[in-house]
Design a protein around this ligand. Sequence first.
Ligand code: C2E
Ligand code: MG
Ligand code: MG
Length: 606
Amino acid sequence: MPRFPNSAGERNLHSPTVAQLYRPAKAILTNTSCLQALNHFLGDGDLYALPVVDHLDIAHTLIDRHNFVEFFSRPFIREVHGKKSIANFMAHRPSGFKFSAPIIVDAGTSIDDVAQIIIGAGMQHMVSGFIVTRDNKYAGVANGHDLLNEITQRKQAELYYLAHHDQLTGIPNRMLFTDRLTQACREAMRLGTLVGLMFVDLDRFKQVNDSMGHRFGDQLLRAVTERLSACARDCDTVARLGGDEFAILIDNLKHADDADTFAQRIVDSMRQPFQVMGRELIISLSIGIAIYPRDDTEVGALLSKADAAMYEVKANGRNGFRAYIPGLSMYSLERMSLETDLRNALDNGELVLHYQPQVSLLNDQVVGVEALVRWQHARHGLISPAHFIPIAEESGQIIAIGKWILRQACVQHRAWLEIHQTPLRMAVNISALQFRQADFSREVRSIIDETGMDPYFLELELTESIVMQDVGTVLDTLQDLKQLGVRLAIDDFGTGFSSLSYLRRFPIDRLKIDQSFVRGIEQMPVNESIVRAIAALARSLSLEITAEGTETEAELALVRECKCNEAQGHRFARPMPAQEFLAWLDSYKRDYVIRDFFEPYAAALG
Ligand code: C2E
Ligand code: MG
Ligand code: MG
């Protein structure tokens, strides 16, 4: 007579995570009908079955790996129940098939939570099935390894979608657009046809947004998207590049003039007023057109030319379109002068680093800082990195600037060590060009040696786009860096398109979840589930996770609940000059001590 339950199963079932969070699986194991059914069919051997149970806890299906796959790809699996009787299954089960005891999950348990239960129970490496259903509403599944793979794939599909679509309007974003444009140009070259590219920018959108509010602005952008899409054919791609900028790809164009006709149709379509939040409003737009291969054969240049044509429309009174013609100025004056000034910025000591704290969510202690560069421009004042880093990247100046930033951050770290005994981690952003230098890891090493920085406290932040290109070379560099003892983080995670299977191979220590997922997370269930999923995944890969851009108490509470390890954002502090940071740190620590050690006494004393 077989024994029930087995020892391996019991150990898992009694792991605190499962026992605390879910009704103990004992309940089902002591159910006589279930027991009888199982006892009847189970053979010898150490491990036991995976029963699918119905609402009376009667087991009526045993799941094998094959069933799992079938099942799991459907959201609701009522029809799978009863497909195979236990007798039937047991009679034909593969030889050597072993079962483990079930975990019971509540109906409606999300896949991410199931993953957590598995990880919590230490079952991710199990290869025989173990999960279960309840109330015919939810069927969990098979083996830990398969399940985690399935989740990885789903997340990848989810992240892929997010990375390629604009969240507000649901249409393709810049990344997907550029990809389609590249494909279309390739195809056009093969067939000898034309591709039209339009840059569309709303006129005076900023004023509308400022005066009517962001919600109104968002609704208007959605309405404009609909109208643009209605003007386009099915084979065209309408994308939102950001803010109030759209782009349209006109595939398979017969004549270059057809693009003008299309643009005119769009301009005309704007004459009809929009109805937004009970108000009526007319908005115009400016369109620039470039044609492949007439204007350029390189996609980046083609985009710039459509952009230049659009600016020409803006400069000439807006509300219209024009095609690119050779000689249109490609750079704005402002940009040209910034580029020149940037050359002297380093020599003139105009660059400074500000530091933003990173706080552990385990104990609310400050555990690190991120160094963020600023440019103190003689005429324009403080210029944000978002403004000048792209210029520095395009002009190649980022190499020298990046080197200075890394050295300066290390020097600062050493200086702080003299004052504060507890070292904080120092995170430094690395740009793509910097990372791709052949001798980047050697450069890091020499800066570490020169400044006496302890590499253990140095964390380099790389973006997804850096590590996902040319994976072989990247892996070598990452490994060289790891050899030095530094830590590696992926910045703005979730916005690019990380292949999660690569992430597994990379020696990464941390994912920094992009701010766009954290902002207003408490009101956006989709963002919450993304953050939860990324955090769950990160844990299963033993990565740490930081929630960037945590601004409010509500956001903080939620990212804490989603089990992020650390948070960074205005909720704690904005980036500050080094001097200010120390003062802030002192006052933070004082508050922390008061809150955690004295307030409970104060409360107790009334
Ligand atoms: P990042 O590395 O993702 O840095 C975080 C940015 O978010 C910083 O903007 C920071 O000031 C801002 N931030 C932090 N907390 C909050 C918050 O609660 N709410 C909001 N709305 N924003 C928050 P910053 O300093 O303007 O930097 C922008 C980007 O420029 C950085 O994004 C990074 O990609 C780049 N950057 C900054 N410093 C450097 C640098 O030294 N080297 C390189 N290569 N890039 C840098
Ligand atoms: Mg960063
Ligand atoms: Mg970031």
